[in-house]
Design a protein around this ligand. Sequence first.
Ligand SMILES: Cc1cc2nc3c(=O)[nH]c(=O)nc-3n(C[C@H](O)[C@H](O)[C@H](O)COP(=O)(O)OP(=O)(O)OC[C@H]3O[C@@H](n4cnc5c(N)ncnc54)[C@H](O)[C@@H]3O)c2cc1C
Length: 396
Amino acid sequence: MSKATREDIEALRHTMREFGRNEIRPRVKDMELSGEFPRDIYRQLGELGAYGTMLPEEMGGSDMGFEALAVVAEELAYAYPPLSAGMNLQAATVPLTVWNWGTQDQIDRYVRQLISAEILGCNAMSEPDGGTDFLGAMRTVAVRDGDDYVISGTKMWITNANVADVALVYAKTDPKAKHKGVSAFLVPTDTPGFEARRVKCRVLGGLMPTNGLTFTDMRVPASSMLGAEGEGFKIAMTAMDYGRLTVAARSLGLARACLDAAVEYADLRTAFGEKIGSFQMIKHQIADMAVEVAAATELVYKAARLYDEGTIGTRESSIAKYYVGEVCNRAAQATAEIFGGYAFSDELPISIYLNFAKLWQTGEGSANLQRILIADDALGWKRMDRHQQAARPRHA
Ligand SMILES: Cc1cc2nc3c(=O)[nH]c(=O)nc-3n(C[C@H](O)[C@H](O)[C@H](O)COP(=O)(O)OP(=O)(O)OC[C@H]3O[C@@H](n4cnc5c(N)ncnc54)[C@H](O)[C@@H]3O)c2cc1C
């Protein structure tokens, strides 16, 4: 249950908006030029409490809940999408998964340090052979050897892995079993056998590094397993519940950034002696964006408030993730059109907006996957029922 009042949420939104306006936007050009990972921004956000809304005060969090987390995600994406991509790792996917499933020792070692951004985390699930069907495509194995597991395999597209201190790694402990054959591990990235190679992605800019990982006979103590053997799929699904909603909130922030950029430009740029915003076709595009952003806002915060009432609304998160992803892509396309040739200028963020709109439609369960889940639910073939949040901490 969230302890945050309406005033708390609005104060947080104000803080995040000011941080984006004063600390992120003015530095984007220099940061992109230098290409250096902006660890200082992560630290500043950790100190501001941006990553701790889902954790209780005794862990260094604020217990403000999911609506607050969605506000952070939305405002950081509004400021500059690449810098918001890692927030999910610091605030939800890694620390919350450890909090929900970890032993007291794992909680003590990682949770407080992750939400303050003293250490950085990454989530190593996808592999070269597939992300949507990660279970079928998973070739990484963890073989028990005395008091250790030996992990071998490769991962693909792992955000922040080259700068992270700890990786949440999924591997098959029983390659023949399906769902129950996967286990999760918390692996310090300086473990011998852990290698991260940055994948060059010019279209995403330089501030969100993504990596291929190789695990070569990587020996980890059995105590680094998160949850019990065979619980990895269940763990991944609870992490995905949070991930879907934060990516929906980030897509909302990006759609708002597109709308504001389009409005500003349409009021500034002239053609045929008139502001381009006075042309009816441009007005239609702006009106559609404004309406869709308003509808998307309702879906994101409806799902977030359900979490804050203690219920995981898988259906609501899935619907929000799918719809906001579509809205964001339409908004990015329309904005690029309104900017004409200037959409391709490196001086402006429009091409980054286009690429991140598409990226977030794919990550945390692609648009097609969400449609399959939503249709199966509507048909009554596979219901996405609401369920209670995991009791925590489970293994303390
Ligand atoms: C920049 C970047 C950062 C990322 N960060 C991370 C990270 O930190 N950690 C991590 O684990 N992963 C990460 N990913 C991976 C991401 O989660 C996957 O790319 C995503 O899950 C899709 O998997 P895929 O690329 O293998 O596509 P595929 O699964 O091969 O899908 C290709 C297409 O087929 C469609 N498709 C697949 N199955 C079906 C079906 N049954 N019916 C209809 N259509 C279907 C998909 O919707 C998609 O359109 C990242 C990816 C990128 C590009």
